[in-house]
Design a protein around this ligand. Sequence first.
Ligand code: NAP
Length: 320
Amino acid sequence: MTRAFVTGINGQDGSYLAERLLDEGVEVHALAHTADEPSAFVPTAVVVHHGDLTDVEGTRALVRDLAPDEVYNLAAVSSVARSWEAPDQTAAVNGLGAVGLLESARQVQEATGRTVRFVQASSAEIFGSPTVSPQDEDTPIRPVNPYGAAKAYAHLMVDVHRSRGLHAVSAILYNHESPRRPTSFVTRKITSTVAAIARGTADRLVLGNLDARRDWGWAPDYVDAVVRAARADHPRDYVVATGRSHSVRDFVAAAFLAAGVDDWEHLVSSDPALVRPVDATDLAGDATRARTDLGWEPTVGFTDLVARMVESDLQTVSAH
Ligand code: NAP
Protein backbone atom coordinates (compact mmCIF):
# COMPACT_ATOMS: atom_id res chain seq x y z
CA MET A 1 0.00 0.00 0.00
CA THR A 2 1.28 3.45 -0.90
CA ARG A 3 1.89 5.65 2.13
CA ALA A 4 1.71 9.44 1.85
CA PHE A 5 2.80 12.16 4.24
CA VAL A 6 0.95 15.46 3.90
CA THR A 7 1.83 18.70 5.68
CA GLY A 8 -0.73 21.50 6.01
CA ILE A 9 -3.57 19.00 6.43
CA ASN A 10 -5.83 21.54 8.16
CA GLY A 11 -5.65 23.93 5.23
CA GLN A 12 -7.93 24.22 2.22
CA ASP A 13 -5.89 21.90 0.00
CA GLY A 14 -4.95 19.42 2.73
CA SER A 15 -8.45 18.05 3.15
CA TYR A 16 -9.07 17.81 -0.61
CA LEU A 17 -5.74 16.06 -1.07
CA ALA A 18 -6.46 13.62 1.76
CA GLU A 19 -9.88 12.79 0.27
CA ARG A 20 -8.30 12.20 -3.12
CA LEU A 21 -5.50 9.95 -1.79
CA LEU A 22 -7.80 7.93 0.48
CA ASP A 23 -10.14 7.31 -2.48
CA GLU A 24 -7.17 5.74 -4.24
CA GLY A 25 -6.45 3.47 -1.27
CA VAL A 26 -3.38 5.43 -0.14
CA GLU A 27 -2.55 5.40 3.59
CA VAL A 28 -2.45 9.06 4.58
CA HIS A 29 -0.36 10.43 7.43
CA ALA A 30 -0.42 14.14 8.06
CA LEU A 31 1.25 16.89 10.02
CA ALA A 32 -1.17 19.13 11.88
CA HIS A 33 0.08 22.41 13.26
CA THR A 34 -1.86 24.60 15.67
CA ALA A 35 -5.30 23.03 15.83
CA ASP A 36 -5.92 20.62 18.73
CA GLU A 37 -8.52 18.83 16.63
CA PRO A 38 -8.16 18.41 12.87
CA SER A 39 -10.39 20.71 10.84
CA ALA A 40 -13.90 19.40 10.20
CA PHE A 41 -12.98 18.72 6.57
CA VAL A 42 -10.12 16.31 7.36
CA PRO A 43 -11.31 12.71 6.84
CA THR A 44 -11.14 10.58 10.00
CA ALA A 45 -9.08 7.94 8.17
CA VAL A 46 -6.12 10.35 8.10
CA VAL A 47 -3.50 9.52 10.73
CA VAL A 48 -2.76 12.92 12.26
CA HIS A 49 0.60 13.72 13.85
CA HIS A 50 1.05 17.02 15.62
CA GLY A 51 4.14 19.07 14.88
CA ASP A 52 5.67 22.18 13.45
CA LEU A 53 7.49 22.20 10.12
CA THR A 54 10.04 24.61 11.57
CA ASP A 55 11.00 21.87 14.04
CA VAL A 56 13.17 20.30 11.37
CA GLU A 57 14.58 17.55 13.60
CA GLY A 58 11.16 16.59 15.00
CA THR A 59 9.64 16.43 11.53
CA ARG A 60 12.65 14.51 10.23
CA ALA A 61 12.29 11.85 12.93
CA LEU A 62 8.61 11.47 12.03
CA VAL A 63 9.34 11.18 8.29
CA ARG A 64 12.11 8.69 9.01
CA ASP A 65 9.71 6.53 11.06
CA LEU A 66 6.93 6.70 8.50
CA ALA A 67 9.21 6.20 5.48
CA PRO A 68 6.48 7.44 3.11
CA ASP A 69 6.38 6.79 -0.63
CA GLU A 70 4.99 10.26 -1.33
CA VAL A 71 5.48 13.56 0.51
CA TYR A 72 3.23 16.55 -0.19
CA ASN A 73 4.42 19.79 1.39
CA LEU A 74 1.36 22.02 1.64
CA ALA A 75 2.22 23.66 4.97
CA ALA A 76 2.89 27.36 4.69
CA VAL A 77 2.23 30.83 5.91
CA SER A 78 -0.02 31.00 2.89
CA SER A 79 -1.29 34.56 2.91
CA VAL A 80 0.74 37.34 1.29
CA ALA A 81 -0.78 39.81 3.74
CA ARG A 82 0.35 37.70 6.70
CA SER A 83 3.83 37.39 5.18
CA TRP A 84 4.25 41.19 5.35
CA GLU A 85 3.38 41.07 9.05
CA ALA A 86 5.72 38.13 9.77
CA PRO A 87 8.48 37.89 7.14
CA ASP A 88 10.79 35.96 9.46
CA GLN A 89 8.19 33.32 10.31
CA THR A 90 7.31 33.13 6.62
CA ALA A 91 10.95 32.46 5.74
CA ALA A 92 11.19 29.80 8.45
CA VAL A 93 8.07 27.88 7.39
CA ASN A 94 7.87 28.44 3.63
CA GLY A 95 11.61 28.42 3.04
CA LEU A 96 13.68 26.53 5.60
CA GLY A 97 10.80 24.24 6.66
CA ALA A 98 10.34 23.10 3.07
CA VAL A 99 14.07 22.53 2.64
CA GLY A 100 14.20 20.50 5.87
CA LEU A 101 11.41 18.29 4.55
CA LEU A 102 13.10 17.86 1.17
CA GLU A 103 16.21 16.68 2.92
CA SER A 104 14.18 14.32 5.14
CA ALA A 105 12.61 12.76 2.04
CA ARG A 106 16.02 12.39 0.44
CA GLN A 107 17.37 10.65 3.54
CA VAL A 108 14.43 8.19 3.53
CA GLN A 109 15.11 7.46 -0.13
CA GLU A 110 18.77 6.86 0.61
CA ALA A 111 18.06 4.65 3.62
CA THR A 112 15.35 2.52 2.00
CA GLY A 113 16.54 2.44 -1.61
CA ARG A 114 12.92 3.20 -2.64
CA THR A 115 11.88 6.20 -4.72
CA VAL A 116 10.33 8.92 -2.57
CA ARG A 117 8.11 11.29 -4.57
CA PHE A 118 8.06 14.84 -3.22
CA VAL A 119 5.75 17.65 -4.26
CA GLN A 120 6.35 21.20 -3.10
CA ALA A 121 3.34 23.53 -3.21
CA SER A 122 5.02 26.48 -4.89
CA SER A 123 3.25 29.61 -5.98
CA ALA A 124 2.80 32.05 -8.85
CA GLU A 125 4.00 34.68 -6.36
CA ILE A 126 7.58 33.54 -7.12
CA PHE A 127 7.20 35.48 -10.40
CA GLY A 128 6.36 38.74 -8.59
CA SER A 129 5.11 41.34 -11.07
CA PRO A 130 6.09 39.61 -14.31
CA THR A 131 6.54 41.47 -17.56
CA VAL A 132 5.27 38.49 -19.56
CA SER A 133 1.79 37.04 -19.49
CA PRO A 134 0.96 34.22 -19.22
CA GLN A 135 3.88 32.89 -17.18
CA ASP A 136 5.35 29.43 -17.60
CA GLU A 137 8.05 27.30 -15.96
CA ASP A 138 10.80 29.41 -17.62
CA THR A 139 9.53 32.82 -16.48
CA PRO A 140 12.19 34.63 -14.39
CA ILE A 141 11.75 34.29 -10.63
CA ARG A 142 11.49 37.80 -9.15
CA PRO A 143 9.27 37.79 -6.07
CA VAL A 144 7.98 41.09 -4.69
CA ASN A 145 6.76 40.03 -1.25
CA PRO A 146 8.06 37.91 1.67
CA TYR A 147 5.71 35.05 0.80
CA GLY A 148 6.94 34.86 -2.78
CA ALA A 149 10.60 35.18 -1.75
CA ALA A 150 10.38 32.30 0.74
CA LYS A 151 8.50 30.16 -1.79
CA ALA A 152 11.15 31.02 -4.39
CA TYR A 153 13.91 29.68 -2.14
CA ALA A 154 12.04 26.41 -1.60
CA HIS A 155 11.30 26.22 -5.34
CA LEU A 156 14.99 26.53 -6.21
CA MET A 157 15.90 23.93 -3.59
CA VAL A 158 13.49 21.44 -5.20
CA ASP A 159 15.67 21.66 -8.29
CA VAL A 160 18.80 21.22 -6.20
CA HIS A 161 17.39 18.09 -4.55
CA ARG A 162 16.23 16.77 -7.92
CA SER A 163 19.82 17.00 -9.09
CA ARG A 164 20.73 14.85 -6.05
CA GLY A 165 18.36 12.12 -7.24
CA LEU A 166 15.13 12.93 -5.38
CA HIS A 167 11.90 12.62 -7.39
CA ALA A 168 11.06 16.20 -6.44
CA VAL A 169 8.48 18.37 -8.17
CA SER A 170 7.53 21.98 -7.66
CA ALA A 171 3.90 22.65 -8.52
CA ILE A 172 3.70 26.37 -9.31
CA LEU A 173 0.15 26.87 -8.17
CA TYR A 174 -1.94 29.85 -9.19
CA ASN A 175 -4.75 30.95 -6.92
CA HIS A 176 -7.31 28.25 -6.32
CA GLU A 177 -10.43 28.62 -4.30
CA SER A 178 -13.29 26.68 -2.76
CA PRO A 179 -15.85 26.97 0.03
CA ARG A 180 -13.05 25.73 2.32
CA ARG A 181 -11.04 28.94 1.87
CA PRO A 182 -10.89 30.97 5.09
CA THR A 183 -12.69 34.33 5.01
CA SER A 184 -9.31 36.06 5.48
CA PHE A 185 -8.72 35.48 1.74
CA VAL A 186 -10.30 38.01 -0.61
CA THR A 187 -12.34 35.50 -2.61
CA ARG A 188 -14.07 33.98 0.39
CA LYS A 189 -14.41 37.41 1.99
CA ILE A 190 -16.31 38.42 -1.14
CA THR A 191 -18.55 35.35 -1.33
CA SER A 192 -19.35 35.26 2.39
CA THR A 193 -20.10 39.00 2.51
CA VAL A 194 -22.17 38.91 -0.68
CA ALA A 195 -24.16 35.99 0.73
CA ALA A 196 -24.72 37.97 3.94
CA ILE A 197 -25.82 41.04 1.94
CA ALA A 198 -28.23 38.86 -0.09
CA ARG A 199 -29.69 37.52 3.17
CA GLY A 200 -29.89 41.00 4.74
CA THR A 201 -27.32 40.42 7.49
CA ALA A 202 -24.58 42.71 6.06
CA ASP A 203 -24.79 45.98 4.15
CA ARG A 204 -21.32 46.67 2.69
CA LEU A 205 -18.37 44.94 1.05
CA VAL A 206 -15.09 46.78 1.66
CA LEU A 207 -12.04 45.57 -0.30
CA GLY A 208 -8.51 46.68 -1.22
CA ASN A 209 -7.36 46.89 -4.84
CA LEU A 210 -10.35 46.06 -7.03
CA ASP A 211 -8.19 46.11 -10.16
CA ALA A 212 -5.73 43.40 -9.02
CA ARG A 213 -5.99 40.47 -11.41
CA ARG A 214 -5.55 36.80 -10.62
CA ASP A 215 -5.88 33.47 -12.40
CA TRP A 216 -8.39 31.70 -10.15
CA GLY A 217 -9.11 27.97 -10.33
CA TRP A 218 -11.01 25.30 -8.42
CA ALA A 219 -8.98 23.83 -5.52
CA PRO A 220 -9.80 20.12 -6.13
CA ASP A 221 -8.54 20.52 -9.72
CA TYR A 222 -5.21 21.81 -8.38
CA VAL A 223 -4.94 18.94 -5.92
CA ASP A 224 -5.50 16.62 -8.88
CA ALA A 225 -2.57 18.26 -10.68
CA VAL A 226 -0.38 17.88 -7.60
CA VAL A 227 -1.06 14.13 -7.42
CA ARG A 228 -0.47 13.72 -11.15
CA ALA A 229 2.81 15.60 -10.80
CA ALA A 230 3.92 13.29 -7.98
CA ARG A 231 3.21 10.24 -10.11
CA ALA A 232 4.84 11.51 -13.33
CA ASP A 233 7.55 9.27 -14.78
CA HIS A 234 10.11 12.07 -14.65
CA PRO A 235 10.15 14.85 -12.04
CA ARG A 236 9.68 18.34 -13.50
CA ASP A 237 8.18 21.60 -12.33
CA TYR A 238 4.66 22.40 -13.43
CA VAL A 239 2.64 25.59 -13.69
CA VAL A 240 -0.90 24.80 -12.55
CA ALA A 241 -3.31 27.48 -13.74
CA THR A 242 -6.38 28.09 -15.88
CA GLY A 243 -4.57 30.62 -18.10
CA ARG A 244 -7.30 33.26 -17.70
CA SER A 245 -7.06 36.11 -15.25
CA HIS A 246 -9.94 38.13 -13.83
CA SER A 247 -10.01 41.22 -11.66
CA VAL A 248 -11.24 41.37 -8.09
CA ARG A 249 -14.03 43.53 -9.54
CA ASP A 250 -14.97 40.67 -11.93
CA PHE A 251 -15.09 38.31 -8.95
CA VAL A 252 -17.37 40.69 -7.06
CA ALA A 253 -19.70 41.03 -10.08
CA ALA A 254 -19.89 37.25 -10.53
CA ALA A 255 -20.62 36.79 -6.83
CA PHE A 256 -23.50 39.29 -6.79
CA LEU A 257 -24.87 37.72 -9.97
CA ALA A 258 -24.76 34.27 -8.35
CA ALA A 259 -26.52 35.63 -5.25
CA GLY A 260 -29.27 37.22 -7.36
CA VAL A 261 -28.40 40.82 -6.35
CA ASP A 262 -28.65 43.16 -9.39
CA ASP A 263 -28.05 46.65 -8.07
CA TRP A 264 -24.82 46.18 -6.12
CA GLU A 265 -22.19 48.75 -7.17
CA HIS A 266 -23.10 51.24 -4.41
CA LEU A 267 -22.59 48.43 -1.84
CA VAL A 268 -18.88 47.98 -2.67
CA SER A 269 -16.00 50.30 -1.79
CA SER A 270 -12.20 50.23 -1.83
CA ASP A 271 -10.27 51.08 1.34
CA PRO A 272 -6.64 52.19 0.68
CA ALA A 273 -5.66 50.67 4.04
CA LEU A 274 -6.47 47.23 2.60
CA VAL A 275 -4.26 47.64 -0.48
CA ARG A 276 -1.05 45.59 -0.23
CA PRO A 277 2.31 47.45 -0.03
CA VAL A 278 3.44 45.83 -3.30
CA ASP A 279 0.94 43.86 -5.28
CA ALA A 280 1.54 41.52 -8.18
CA THR A 281 -1.08 43.09 -10.38
CA ASP A 282 -1.63 40.50 -13.12
CA LEU A 283 -0.83 36.82 -12.82
CA ALA A 284 -1.98 34.26 -15.38
CA GLY A 285 -0.32 30.90 -15.90
CA ASP A 286 0.40 28.82 -18.98
CA ALA A 287 -0.21 25.21 -17.92
CA THR A 288 0.69 23.68 -21.31
CA ARG A 289 3.32 21.43 -19.75
CA ALA A 290 0.87 20.06 -17.15
CA ARG A 291 -1.72 19.48 -19.88
CA THR A 292 0.77 17.74 -22.15
CA ASP A 293 2.81 15.70 -19.65
CA LEU A 294 0.18 15.00 -17.02
CA GLY A 295 -3.06 15.05 -19.05
CA TRP A 296 -4.33 17.65 -16.56
CA GLU A 297 -7.31 19.89 -17.31
CA PRO A 298 -9.16 22.30 -15.05
CA THR A 299 -12.79 21.18 -14.82
CA VAL A 300 -14.46 24.23 -13.21
CA GLY A 301 -14.49 27.66 -14.89
CA PHE A 302 -14.46 31.08 -13.24
CA THR A 303 -18.22 31.77 -13.14
CA ASP A 304 -19.01 28.28 -11.88
CA LEU A 305 -16.29 28.52 -9.23
CA VAL A 306 -17.67 31.79 -7.86
CA ALA A 307 -21.23 30.42 -7.97
CA ARG A 308 -20.22 27.30 -6.00
CA MET A 309 -18.63 29.42 -3.29
CA VAL A 310 -21.60 31.80 -3.10
CA GLU A 311 -24.05 28.87 -2.97
CA SER A 312 -22.14 27.32 -0.07
CA ASP A 313 -22.07 30.66 1.80
CA LEU A 314 -25.77 31.26 1.18
CA GLN A 315 -26.48 27.88 2.79
CA THR A 316 -24.25 28.74 5.74
CA VAL A 317 -26.00 32.09 6.30
CA SER A 318 -29.43 30.38 6.07
CA ALA A 319 -28.38 27.75 8.61
CA HIS A 320 -27.70 30.42 11.27
P1 NAP B 1 -3.81 27.06 3.95
O1 NAP B 1 -5.27 26.80 3.91
O2 NAP B 1 -3.34 28.33 4.53
O3 NAP B 1 -3.10 25.87 4.72
C1 NAP B 1 -1.74 25.94 5.07
C2 NAP B 1 -1.52 25.04 6.26
O4 NAP B 1 -0.15 25.14 6.65
C3 NAP B 1 -2.39 25.38 7.46
O5 NAP B 1 -3.18 24.28 7.78
C4 NAP B 1 -1.35 25.64 8.57
O6 NAP B 1 -1.72 25.04 9.78
C5 NAP B 1 -0.10 24.94 8.05
N1 NAP B 1 1.08 25.53 8.66
C6 NAP B 1 1.37 26.84 8.81
N2 NAP B 1 2.52 26.98 9.49
C7 NAP B 1 2.95 25.72 9.80
C8 NAP B 1 4.06 25.20 10.50
N3 NAP B 1 4.98 26.01 11.06
N4 NAP B 1 4.17 23.86 10.62
C9 NAP B 1 3.26 23.04 10.09
N5 NAP B 1 2.17 23.47 9.41
C10 NAP B 1 2.02 24.80 9.27
O7 NAP B 1 -3.18 26.93 2.48
P2 NAP B 1 -3.83 26.23 1.18
O8 NAP B 1 -4.69 27.21 0.50
O9 NAP B 1 -4.35 24.90 1.54
O10 NAP B 1 -2.53 26.07 0.27
C11 NAP B 1 -1.74 24.90 0.33
C12 NAP B 1 -0.33 25.23 -0.14
O11 NAP B 1 -0.40 25.70 -1.49
C13 NAP B 1 0.38 26.31 0.66
O12 NAP B 1 1.73 25.99 0.73
C14 NAP B 1 0.20 27.56 -0.18
O13 NAP B 1 1.22 28.49 0.04
C15 NAP B 1 0.25 26.96 -1.57
N6 NAP B 1 -0.48 27.76 -2.54
C16 NAP B 1 -1.79 27.94 -2.38
C17 NAP B 1 -2.48 28.71 -3.29
C18 NAP B 1 -3.97 28.91 -3.15
O14 NAP B 1 -4.52 29.68 -3.93
N7 NAP B 1 -4.63 28.24 -2.23
C19 NAP B 1 -1.82 29.29 -4.38
C20 NAP B 1 -0.45 29.06 -4.51
C21 NAP B 1 0.21 28.29 -3.59
P3 NAP B 1 -2.29 25.95 10.99
O15 NAP B 1 -3.51 26.61 10.43
O16 NAP B 1 -2.60 24.96 12.03
O17 NAP B 1 -1.21 26.93 11.34
